[in-house]
Write a protein that binds this ligand. Structure first.
Ligand code: ZN
Length: 461
């Protein structure tokens, strides 16, 4: 069996991955708060952990991996969005959840085994908070319940920071009802017009952190294998998840391996609305600000060309290169059946702490060697070159390379005869089929353009 090695944030080293139960490898990844379209940065963990999900399924079997990714559908940002827009919360969360699934589907992400919504787990959250109060790790004050950070000696161990550093680095909300400024909210009171549930501490709603602890416990048990998310969640969110879960279930480990992806930039800069480089996944897919849409497969390829623990720089140039590579590869695999299994070098690269860039280098070698079957099977393990993802190239089996060769031959002939009528007619027919014709001294290149229609090429063969 393939040995997977993963970098564990908790131990700060690469470790051999040994699942607790190889028959049920369990992974939790923090999901979105549903009040708006996912931006490009939100998509990175989805794609990164989708590759891990695929790898785990390949190694342990598709029926032996449980992947949970939640939807946070109760949150102050959602309440604020409902207030601004005058639309009901349920409508906003249902719509945004659907958008998220569509956009991530377009990036080739498989749906996780479970996608729990926080509001369906309020009972489990209340039970966990009660257990924390009972064990002396939490206290009620003015309608709130707070986690007592000083009751958990290992607090801060994941991020490796001292409590003083954490206070300095984070916006810690100082409130009169807190014993310590670091104590965080497990439950808070709701006004009559805010969403709320009855609890031993009055009508209220959960804090964000307790959601993940309660849903992970319910669906994966006290101790499971992998917990993932963006590295912006390490503190305080993941630190707080660990404190809650380990204190509610003494003797458990909660998650054994913690994995964090680095952040995403755009053209070398942090994505921000003020810099005008902020866009959603949907913007990119559909086209925005006069830019044409970018196929989901191209976005996925660009993401995977950078290792998940390095900052990912999204650039238009990378997208162009990825598009041209994928077009070539799709031309090569047209009509080919995938090999029975992915190339061992591709599996080895992915098993080495998800070295997706290394795996792509192997795909380039397979393509250069003309190994269509190996390329299709190996790219498939990474969620690339699948039939479902290929609609954007839709060459309909048309071999543009053959047409390019024919055009080049006609041109060579015309150079001799000085009669360019045939060249012009052929070029016109290609253009009419939506093919972009690029002729230079170096040769002829044909690229499917926006209105590409392979059916119109039929008569040209
Ligand atoms: Zn979480």
């Amino acid at each position: 069996m393939t040995q997977i090695t993963l970098y564990n944030t908790r131990t700060r080293q690469k470790e051999q991955f040994e699942p607790i139960d190889p028959n049920n490898v369990r992974m939790y990844v923090c999901g979105p708060t549903v009040y708006d379209r996912a931006h490009l940065g939100n998509a990175r963990p989805v794609v990164v952990f989708d590759v891990l999900f695929r790898l785990l399924r390949h190694v342990y079997g598709p029926d032996h991996v449980t992947y949970v990714r939640n939807f946070t559908d109760v949150d102050d940002k959602i309440i604020a969005r409902a207030d601004e827009s005058g639309r009901p919360i349920d409508t906003i969360t249902a719509e945004t959840t659907q958008w998220f699934l569509e956009d991530m589907g377009a990036l080739g992400a498989l749906e996780p085994s479970h996608m729990p919504r926080a509001t369906a787990y309020i009972g489990q959250m209340i039970a966990m908070i009660e257990a924390l109060v009972e064990k002396g790790h939490a206290y009620a004050a003015e309608g709130h319940v707070l986690f007592d950070v000083n009751s958990y000696a290992a607090y801060g161990r994941l991020s490796g920071r001292s409590v003083d550093d954490m206070i300095a680095g984070a916006r810690v909300e100082v409130a009169p009802y807190k014993r310590d400024p670091m104590d965080f909210v497990l439950w808070k009171p709701s006004t009559p017009d805010q969403p709320g549930w009855d609890s031993p501490w009055g009508r209220g709603r959960p804090g964000w952190h307790i959601e993940c602890s309660a849903m992970a416990h319910d669906l994966l048990g006290e101790t499971f294998d992998i917990h993932g998310g963006g590295n912006d969640l390490t503190f305080p969110h993941h630190e707080n998840e660990i404190a809650q879960s380990c204190c509610a279930h003494p003797g458990s480990d909660f998650a054994r391996v913690w994995m964090h992806n680095e952040m995403l930039q755009v053209e070398g800069k942090k994505m921000s609305k003020s810099l005008g480089n902020f866009f959603t996944v949907h913007d990119l897919l559909a086209g925005h600000d006069g830019q044409p849409g970018i196929p989901g497969e191209v976005i996925r390829f660009v993401f995977l060309s950078t290792h998940y623990r390095k900052p990912m720089d999204w650039t238009a140039e990378k997208a162009r290169e990825a598009e041209s590579t994928l077009r070539k590869w799709r031309g090569l695999i047209a009509g080919a059946e995938p090999a029975p299994s992915p190339a061992p070098e591709v599996i080895a690269a992915l098993a080495d702490d998800l070295n997706t860039a290394g795996a792509i280098a192997v795909l380039h070698r397979l393509a250069a060697a003309g190994d269509a079957a190996g390329l299709k099977a190996s790219a498939g393990l990474m969620g690339l070159l699948s039939d479902e993802m290929g609609a954007w190239t839709a060459t309909g089996g048309a071999d543009l390379a053959a047409f390019a060769e024919k055009l080049a031959a006609l041109r060579a002939e015309a150079m001799q005869t000085k009669d360019f009528a045939q060249v012009d007619a052929f070029k016109a027919a290609l253009t009419a089929a939506g093919v972009e014709v690029r002729m230079s001294k170096a040769g002829v290149e044909l690229v499917p353009g926006a209105g590409f229609d392979p059916a119109k090429l039929e008569g040209l063969k």
